[in-house]
Design a protein around this ligand. Structure first.
Ligand code: NAD
Length: 244
């Protein structure tokens, strides 16, 4: 039996990219993994996909209720679902701010709130939020996106404080540029996506983008009983960008 056998994990946005790599890693370590995603059908077995829009409270409540009725418990929540936003403060209007904040920040608070009653009943409860280097590094055209990830960082520390005495740990990971469909879509905005991808790899301090699996390993560590004394931390998986 794996390190996580007997535990139930939910991964939001687990049908693609970092979330999918994380869901598969947690499953390989023995957890029963539920993917909460707009596209639950994209989650391959043994992952169980449940339709969920983290931007909608009723959808989140229904999804957590379904986890409770099917599995009777929830021990690990990975708040990974997030969307991109490009532009300066002059480019994004109020509707765009509301839309992206609602998914990237409020979505994590919403899923956590719905999950907390089940997490408190677990003896290995952990929440891991997916932040970004954009929270701490000024990046071009990332005013809105960076603001949402700054929100994720603050949310992580506040939640860790609020729930530490209830036995619920809360940490986050801050990935650098990760080779996922999220980045593939961004590259399509360039005239020559292949050349831009090569340039992007070369701009990274380690000479290449971070892999989704590398981020998944960091998330799996923070989610596991091995990290029982770690709460309220942010772990960079960024090839050194933030501190070099
Ligand atoms: P991705 O686009 O490959 O996957 C995102 C998944 O989230 C998709 O399956 C999508 O269906 C799902 N999703 C989107 N909106 C949702 C919603 N409202 N409710 C439920 N599910 C929803 O993205 P990724 O690159 O794997 O990014 C995952 C997380 O990592 C995001 O929070 C992103 O901000 C963060 N991140 C990504 C990078 C990167 O370079 N790729 C870097 C730092 C942080």
């Amino acid at each position: 039996a794996g390190e996580l056998s007997g535990l139930v994990a939910a991964v939001t946005g687990g049908a693609s990219g970092i979330g999918l790599a994380t869901a598969q890693l947690l499953a390989s370590r023995g957890a029963q993994v539920v993917v909460l995603d707009l596209n639950p059908q994209d989650a391959p077995a043994p992952l169980v996909g449940i339709a969920c829009n983290v931007g909608d409270r009723a959808s989140v409540t229904d999804a957590i209720r379904e986890i409770e009725s099917r599995f009777g418990a929830l021990d690990i929540v990975v708040n990974n679902a997030g969307i991109s936003a490009i532009g300066t403060v002059e480019d994004n209007d109020d509707d765009e701010w509301a839309r992206v904040l609602n998914v990237n920040v409020v979505g994590m608070a919403r899923v956590s709130a719905a999950a907390l009653p089940l997490l408190r009943a677990s003896s290995h409860a952990a929440i891991v939020n997916v932040c970004s280097i954009a929270a701490l590094n000024g990046m071009p055209q990332r005013a809105l996106y960076g603001a949402t990830k700054g929100g994720v960082l603050a949310l992580t520390f506040a939640m860790a404080t609020d729930h530490v005495r209830e036995g619920v740990r809360v940490n986050c990971v801050s990935p650098g540029t990760v080779a996922t469909p999220f980045v593939d879509r961004m590259l399509q905005n360039f005239a020559d996506p292949v050349a831009e991808r090569k340039a992007l790899d070369e701009r990274q301090a380690i000479g290449r983008m971070v892999s989704p699996e590398e981020v998944a390993h960091a998330i799996a560590y923070l989610a596991s009983p091995a990290a029982a004394s770690t709460t309220g931390t942010a772990l960079d998986v960024d090839g050194g960008v933030t501190h070099l």
